[in-house]
Design a protein around this ligand. Structure first.
Ligand code: SAH
Ligand code: SF4
Ligand code: F3S
Length: 453
């Protein structure tokens, strides 16, 4: 039995969708202890910062936030309102837990991504001892087995982590160190979670993994599964109308998975397939283990299977040794792919990664200027992709109310946000919408049925 919710829990999430999933699961673990999620840190009984280590700026934010929290904790205590517990979780906790304890005495507990199921015991301990650094070991199988089956859902879409960790060791990236080796959850455990979500009204799941298409969780028979097989099994669950997955690696894009895009209605025509750079010299230095040509060949196959697919990507500019010519190769690759959407990052030198020690680090002003040129091209591509939707009727899954009264916001199959007036009552439904206006980042339309009337 769960205790009544009497304590307030504030969780701030940084970084990728896996952290969003983990934050929800931390709330699930703490709910039976009487913690109810609050959207304000002021006065909270427990504050959890779920942190990201991917770039320096992301990691540094944690210390700024801890400064604010120290003040809030003092105010709470001065008001005689009890103690505010402070937990740092996530990838910064894993990578630099000791430093956090040293730099920020306000922190009670540092807990790595594989130990969230132990939070209740850890928090009980923390009320006795302060400044503990606990549970930094990687044991994802224990974590997923020990998390409560019951999930709290808030809307018709949900994330579902199926794979965690990375064995690829790109030379710029901290993820293999913060999340550990690749681990795939068993097929049955994923299906059970998905069925539970569907039973609560979830219509779209996004399967998460640092290398989600390397998923090879055990099947009931004991055989290794694959993402293609998992997606096919999920597509059979009643009520689950939309399936997405992210993030994929070009080298794990198998034929069966590519074919699924052409065969399964439930598999949405959107694929996030990062490439990072367009120069083969840089790709080699990044240890990406693919070339620009092999990436383009994969894209071509995917488009043959599903011609309307929206391709998304990630790019890094200013990797050590990147010359103007190398950067132009990146622009050329971007032109060849024609992205629906692509994230672009200025290379950030991460301690402990091989690239941090490479010669020929690119001066900041050069990287800034290249990033601006890349973004101009990517903006053009995204706007053109959005504009190509005008006049089309797309099925939109409405997710939440919009800013104006009566307005609802949903997503197109291609993951674009779609704003529609007089649609609030349709949240949770998939409805045809005629797209009228394309903005930089979203679309606006009208209910197609209403227009026909
Ligand atoms: N597993 C995913 C992405 C993980 S991190 C994949 O391999 O595609 C998300 C993105 O952050 C990466 O795709 C990369 O573009 C960016 N990134 C990672 N490390 C970075 C660094 N040191 N500097 C700048 N961007 C980085
Ligand atoms: Fe990082 Fe590369 Fe692994 Fe992606 S594939 S998480 S970029 S090491
Ligand atoms: Fe950041 Fe960790 Fe995700 S470093 S991007 S939160 S895996």
């Amino acid at each position: 039995m769960s205790e009544p919710a009497s304590k307030r829990l504030y969780i701030k999430t940084y970084g990728c969708q896996m952290n969003v999933y983990d934050s929800e699961r931390m709330a699930d673990v703490l709910r039976p202890l009487g913690y109810a999620v609050s959207d304000q840190p002021e006065g909270a009984d427990l504050v959890v910062l779920n942190t990201c280590h991917i770039r320096e700026a992301a990691a540094e934010k944690v210390y700024t936030e801890l400064g604010r929290i120290r003040v809030m904790r003092e105010e709470k205590q001065a008001a005689g309102d009890g103690r505010m517990g402070v937990v740092v979780a996530g990838c910064v906790a894993q990578a630099e837990g000791d430093e956090i304890i040293k730099r920020a005495p306000v922190v009670d507990l540092v807990v790595g991504p594989q130990a969230y199921h132990q939070l209740p015991e850890l928090i009980a301990k923390v009320t006795r001892a302060r400044g503990e650094r606990l549970a930094a070991d990687f044991a994802p199988d224990e974590k997923f087995d020990a998390l409560p089956v019951e999930r709290h859902v808030s809307g018709p879409t949900a994330f579902l982590t199926v794979q965690e960790g990375c064995d690829k060791f790109c030379t710029f990236c901290v993820v293999p160190y913060t999340r550990g080796a690749e681990f795939s959850r068993p097929v049955e455990s994923v299906l059970a979670e998905a069925r539970g979500l569907a039973a609560k009204g979830v219509r779209e799941v996004t399967l998460l993994g640092q290398n989600v298409n390397a998923y090879d969780g055990a099947e009931a028979s004991g055989d290794r599964g694959s993402l293609a097989k998992l997606v096919r099994a999920l597509a059979k669950i009643d009520g689950l109308d939309r399936i997405r997955f992210t993030t994929s690696h070009p080298n794990d894009m198998g034929e069966d998975l590519i074919a699924a895009f052409g065969e399964l209605n439930a598999l949405m025509p959107y694929l996030h397939l990062p490439v990072q750079a367009g120069s083969n010299k840089i790709l080699r230095a990044m240890n990406r283990k693919h070339t620009a040509e092999s990436y383009l060949a994969v894209i071509e196959k995917i488009r043959a299977a599903r011609p309307d697919i929206a391709i998304a990507g990630d790019m890094i500019v200013g990797f050590p040794g990147e010359t103007e010519k190398d950067f132009e190769d990146t622009l050329e690759l971007v032109r060849a792919v024609d992205y629906a959407s692509c994230f672009s990052f200025k290379y950030s030198r991460r301690p402990g990664t091989p690239a941090a020690a490479m010669p020929n680090q690119v001066p900041d002003e050069v990287a800034v200027e290249r990033l601006a040129r890349l973004n101009a091209l990517l903006d053009q591509q995204r706007e053109a992709f959005n504009a190509s939707m005008v006049g089309r009727t797309l099925p939109v899954l409405f997710e939440r109310p919009g800013r104006h009264p009566g307005q609802a916001v949903g997503r197109s199959p291609y993951l674009q946000g779609v704003h529609v007036d007089a649609a609030e009552q349709l949240i949770g439904q998939i409805v045809p919408v005629r797209i009228e206006v394309a903005g930089k980042n979203s679309l606006t339309g009208a209910l197609a049925a209403r227009e026909a009337a």
